[in-house]
Design a protein around this ligand. Sequence first.
Ligand SMILES: [Zn+2]
Length: 133
Amino acid sequence: MSSIIDALLASGRKGGVASLAIAAALGAVTAIDYVSTNGFFIALPALALAFVGVGVLLLVFGNPEDGEFKLKERSPLDPAFEDRLVNTPKPYFVCTDCRCICEIGQCDECGKGSNTVPIHDDEDLRLARTAMS
Ligand SMILES: [Zn+2]
């Protein structure tokens, strides 16, 4: 059983899709069982839910490039970028996604405004650092 889970985890998003398919199949078996015998084996829906959980996790976090299950891990802030954060005259904006300093509230690199935070003082800078680490 755990080797099936391992194989699914190792195949990233594809594993997620497979996992949801298994969950759907188990759900169907449960439904057929219930309709035909007016009862069902309780482990089946429980197992189906477990596969739904694994499937959703894989779809969200599964990395399609290297096919590995891993949470996004951020590298520590570049010291040169830290210096720029401290030395750039305020106010300015920082894109916490691209880690770049922007003049307006829209990132020059990714074009998004949702990840840019305004830096007015040291407290803003502290919060932005936290968001980037
Ligand atoms: Zn950006």
